[in-house]
Design a protein around this ligand. Sequence first.
Ligand code: NAG
Ligand code: NAG
Ligand code: NAG
Ligand code: NAG
Ligand code: NAG
Length: 383
Amino acid sequence: MRLHFVELAVLFAGLVCGRPSPSGRHLDMDRLTTALTRGAPILGKYVQSPSLTSNWMATLPDERKLVELSIPGTHDAATWNYSQARQDELSDYASSSLNLAKYYRCQEKSMFDMLDGGVRFFDWRIAYNPGNETIGFHHGAAVLDPNATFQDVLYGFYHWLDQHPTETVLISINHEGSTGTPDDAAYYKQIYDTLNSSPSTEYWVQANGTIGTLGESRGKLVFLQRFSWDKLPASDDKRFGINLPGDAWTDNGRDIEIIYNDELDQKAFIEDFYEMDLASGSSTDAFVSEKFNATSTHLQKASSEALDQLWITFASGYADYSNTDHPITPKVMALGDDTAWGMNQRLLLWLFAHRGRLGVVVLDFFGAVPGLAESIIALNYGI
Ligand SMILES: *[C@@H]1O[C@H](CO)[C@@H](O)[C@H](O)[C@H]1NC(C)=O
Ligand SMILES: *[C@@H]1O[C@H](CO)[C@@H](O)[C@H](O)[C@H]1NC(C)=O
Ligand SMILES: *[C@@H]1O[C@H](CO)[C@@H](O)[C@H](O)[C@H]1NC(C)=O
Ligand SMILES: *[C@@H]1O[C@H](CO)[C@@H](O)[C@H](O)[C@H]1NC(C)=O
Ligand SMILES: *[C@@H]1O[C@H](CO)[C@@H](O)[C@H](O)[C@H]1NC(C)=O
């Protein structure tokens, strides 16, 4: 594959004008203002700035299946502003076991910047905010903001979708463990009630247990459910989404296979090999090479096998945290250091020589290597 950014720019320039908004949807403006203000630490600042990648799905045919797309995604998307300064600012909410901020931070672009930059899959980790009443965003024991709520962030995404009605976004939601907060029945009830009330019902694809076409999903979110509703009463039966429960997710797996719809024989193939297991003190190159092996092997399969199934490949990872002199943090894994290239540079090079459907490619430090997300997007156009 030969990729020239001038050609890409011409391609995407044609996509910047969207289509009219799906009819009859209205967000409450006061609620939106609150959401954009209180949600800003997680969402970022909303700036209406059409970019080359903000409407990349516009010219793809309606009948294209979502599983047939190559989609840039972000791992632990909400960590984008979790600097050491931010962690220090939030010290009131910190548990004693908290590590330095660099161990938790996986991104540097805000969620709105990710959306405008073409990201169409988000990994969200939620749990109760401090106080166990509202729900917010976490990474492990790190509270990413004590006040922004899950509902604020949803409102922000609904607003973005109103401005980008040709686009669809896959949202993976996971209950974050090790936050020291309970995931009790009331927690699941709050999520369930949010998703099943206005305006959410108009912004989430309601197809149950199956993933459809782009035409059915434009202007909406697609729910990938990485938790179970077991704590809800059976009477709460308006459940929807693609069921990828945590217990089906082999820990640190290079080749996870989950059947999410038995009847239709629909499966997800997932690479989530996140912790490298080489001897402590191994070189950066050795750690990144081990991860790249797992990721490129999975992407190779995604481009040639089970083309009608969902493929998700995590390019994110870390290693050797006990070696505090040289921990392989998510940033070192993604971007490398003075001695070796990281995953993102290696993936960009790999993409120069590969074609085909990749499925979802989940990145850390999205946007730090120019052209990487664009190269994934370009595969949808057969460039
Ligand atoms: C990002 O973190 C910095 C440093 O703590 C803080 O000043 C800033 O307000 C944060 N940005 C947002 C959008 O919350
Ligand atoms: C929140 O839940 C945790 C775990 O059950 C508990 O330790 C903590 O005291 C609770 N906080 C509040 C404010 O209720
Ligand atoms: C969270 O909200 C409380 C109450 O409005 C406020 O006092 C506090 O400063 C906020 N915390 C952060 C980190 O924004
Ligand atoms: C979706 O499927 C699940 C599990 O098969 C079921 O419990 C639920 O009631 C279904 N939801 C709807 C809205 O049909
Ligand atoms: C990649 O990993 C597999 C094990 O999953 C191993 O057999 C193979 O030798 C590795 N390849 C490279 C180039 O490291």
